[in-house]
Structure formats: C-alpha cells, structure tokens
Design a protein around this ligand. Structure first.
Ligand code: COA
Length: 211
C-alpha cells in the first residue's frame, strides 16, 4: 500500500496482483457472481474474481468487516460505493494482471491502463482536448503510446472520481493537476496525480475535494 496526498487528503492505494490473489468465490455477492459467469473464458473470469476478492479484502480492512460481509451498492451513475459507510470512498481499476484500489474520505477515482498498442490519430482525437491534440501532432512516433495512455488514465481517473464516467467527454477538458468539471448543474473540483505503475502501464489517481 502507498499513500498519496491530494488536496490535503490522504489517499491509500493498494496494488492487487491478480495472478496471486486467492480466488474466494464465497466472498462475492449475487451481482458479482452473475457478472463472473458472463465472462467468455476462465482466465478473464478469474481476473474479475481476483480483482473483486482483492477489493473486498481491502474494504474489509478499512471497515473492520469480514470481506464477504462488505455490502457494495451503486450510485445513480453506477459507481460502486459503501452505502453503510458514507464517509469511506473507494474506487477500483483493473488492467491485465494488475488492479488498483484507492480508499479515501472523499470521492476518489483510480485508473490503470496498459500502454495503448496502436496510438492512432483517430483514437487520440477521441480522448484529447484540441490543445492537447496540437502537442500530440508534434510528438515523435515512439513517444505517442505512453503519452496517450498517461493522458487517458489521468482523464479516466478524474471522470471516475466524479462518478460521471464518459458522460463528460474526455475531449472537453485538458488534463491537469486541478480540473473543474461542470455536469448537470454541479461543479466538481478534482485533484489528480500520476501513480507509480508497473513497466508498460500508466496509472493515475484523482479526488473530488469539494464534495
Ligand atoms: C466504467 C468506467 C468508469 C471505467 O472503465 P474502465 O476504464 O474500462 O475500467 P476500470 O478497470 O478502470 O474501472 C472499472 C471499475 O470502475 C468502477 N466503476 C464502474 N462505474 C463507475 C463510475 N461511474 N465511476 C467510477 N467508477 C466506476 C467499478 O468498480 C468497475 O469495476 P468492475 O467492472 O470490476 O465492477 C467507464 O468510464 C468506461 O466504461 N470507460 C471506458 C474507457 C474509455 O473509453 N475511456 C476513454 C478515455 S478517458
């Protein structure tokens, strides 16, 4: 576990190795069981189960509950939260054999992404603000994969902190350490930072500090 300071708030970030996390199907709730059954192959099902066991292990530690006793609910945008512990916020992200869980006293978002294999102009145009696109066009080809994935994961963490996901288009704002997002009559003031990530991955953390 590592601690990060965002907007004066301590955020704990736990790395879960999906190849090593024990698969405890008995920890999952009915929704998690149903989702696990929908995966087309065993490897993907096991990664999902491992990520959710790791999530429950971390949340059990944070709440003092047994992992299977943690009750996961979803907000209006589908973001999982702990209805019985409204002051404890968390977020989960998984990519390949890595998962990250962030825990804080304010709404958080976390994202981990494998570097994009084919960083095309078309893909960049779906993620980057016009100002960021100008930088993109000036970049050498061999820097584009990590650059685009860094911005992708940063924006994804920001949108996950606000819970809106892609209801706010990533091209509508520039990635920065502090971002103001307006959505549905609300403004989210979001702090964001890069996270240490395994080789070949980008990861980011974000926190809403005016909730
Ligand atoms: C669900 C979403 C919030 C993130 O998805 P993702 O990056 O594909 O996947 P991650 O592993 O990082 O996050 C998934 C987890 O986020 C959580 N989550 C789901 N909805 C969420 C929401 N509205 N807000 C925050 N977190 C959410 C869940 O815990 C989910 O885990 P689970 O599927 O195992 O239950 C959504 O924004 C999405 O579908 N994004 C697609 C990716 C994309 O096109 N990004 C553009 C670049 S910014």
């Amino acid at each position: 576990m590592r601690e990060y300071l965002l907007g004066g708030i301590v955020v704990q970030v736990f790395h879960i190795d999906l190849a090593r996390e024990p698969l405890r199907n008995d920890w999952l709730d009915d929704e998690e069981h149903a989702r696990a059954q929908r995966f087309a192959n065993d490897a993907l099902r096991d990664r999902f189960t491992a990520a959710h066991c790791g999530l429950r292990r971390v949340l059990g530690g944070a709440t003092g509950l047994a992992p299977h006793a943690v009750v996961l609910s979803r907000d209006a945008f589908g973001k999982p939260h702990l209805a019985e512990h409204p002051d404890l916020h968390f977020n989960l992200s998984h990519s390949d054999l890595h998962a990250l869980v962030a825990v804080a006293t304010q709404p958080v978002g976390v994202d981990i992404e494998h570097w994009i294999a084919s960083p095309t102009d078309a893909l960049a145009a779906e993620v980057l603000h016009p100002t960021e696109m100008r930088v993109w066009h000036s970049l050498a080809q061999d820097r584009r994969s990590q650059h685009l994935t860094d911005l992708w994961s940063g924006k994804e963490a920001i949108l996950k902190a606000a819970a809106t996901g892609l209801r706010i288009p990533p091209i509508s704002f520039e990635h920065a350490a502090h971002v103001s997002l307006a959505f549905d009559g609300r403004t989210f003031e979001v702090e964001c930072c890069e996270l240490a990530a395994p080789e070949g991955f980008s990861a980011a953390l974000a926190l809403v500090d005016n909730d």
